[in-house]
Design a protein around this ligand. Structure first.
Ligand code: OAD
Length: 240
């Protein structure tokens, strides 16, 4: 009888990266809640809520037109690029609160946007169909269904359509990496509780986010300093 050697199956570990505005800060895109952040300059209730859209759509559109211009001019930074390197050895899903496309432009293959995408528009009536957009949206611009066009953004007061999909992905992860988010905005911030107890958890932020939670390995510093170090460590000694 010939006994065949059994092949060891080495399934790739699953990494989920939960990213926030901090990862794009070093690309020149301001965060929301740091000193000098966007929510110091703008009244969140006037530009980023569904009520604001109903009360003053022109102001809301102007706010997002300005964001779109800034984002188009920005470039991914070393933190975005380093995360792509992880795909050599791991299955990586980026779950981002960011509306920019810097993860995609750096080359990440799987990116789920919790709060929408500034480079897409949609009809006011439904988020089922989106349209690529690089210029401004004006009040009176209509979607093919005849309804007002709006940015494909999830505003405060609206459901987060990708939440369940994100939860399902995080439930199965082996490693969770949280980067550049103050974890102030729910339900996105609560996604961290969906990851298995056995998952290894890492948090990258220059400020004191979840520092008391010792279940995380804390990388104190900016994304562009710390992510390349983390990625180097993960690739040289794969996390078991
Ligand atoms: P915040 O502005 O609330 O938090 C940014 C986080 O990034 C903070 O914890 C900073 O310490 C950290 N940070 C700053 N610079 C960094 C750097 N260079 N490297 C790494 N981290 C850095 O932004 P978010 O948590 O992403 O939603 O905000 C969540 C949501 O609130 C956004 O998606 C947006 C906003 O209102 C909507 O508009 C619906």
């Amino acid at each position: 009888m010939l006994i065949k050697p059994t092949k060891m199956s080495h399934s790739r570990k699953k990494i989920v990266v939960l990213s926030g505005a901090g990862i794009s800060a070093e690309s020149g895109l301001g965060t929301f809640r740091d000193s000098g952040g966007l929510w110091e300059k703008y009244d969140i209730s006037k530009v980023a809520t569904i009520e604001a859209w109903h009360e003053n759509p022109t102001l809301v559109l102007e706010f997002y037109d300005a964001r779109r211009k800034q984002i188009i001019d920005a470039k991914p930074n070393i933190a975005h690029f380093s995360l792509v390197e992880l795909e050599k050895q791991y299955d990586v899903t980026i779950v981002t609160q960011n509306i920019d496309d810097l993860h995609e432009r750096s080359g990440s293959s799987t990116v789920l946007h919790l709060h929408g995408e500034i480079l897409k528009s949609r009809s006011e009536a439904t988020d089922a169909i989106t349209y690529p957009i690089s210029g401004d949206i004006k009040y009176g611009d209509l979607a093919p269904d005849g309804q007002q066009l709006r940015p494909h953004i999830v505003w405060f007061g609206e459901d987060v359509p990708k939440l369940t999909e994100a939860q399902e992905i995080i439930k199965k992860c082996d490693i969770l990496i949280i980067v550049g988010t103050s974890l102030n905005v729910y339900p996105a911030a609560g996604l961290r509780f969906a990851c298995p107890e056995t998952a290894k958890k890492h948090l990258i932020d220059p400020n004191a986010v979840l520092l008391d939670d010792k279940s995380y390995t804390h990388w104190r510093g900016t994304a562009s300093e710390q992510i390349p170090l983390l990625v180097k460590e993960f690739l040289s000694a794969p996390v078991s």
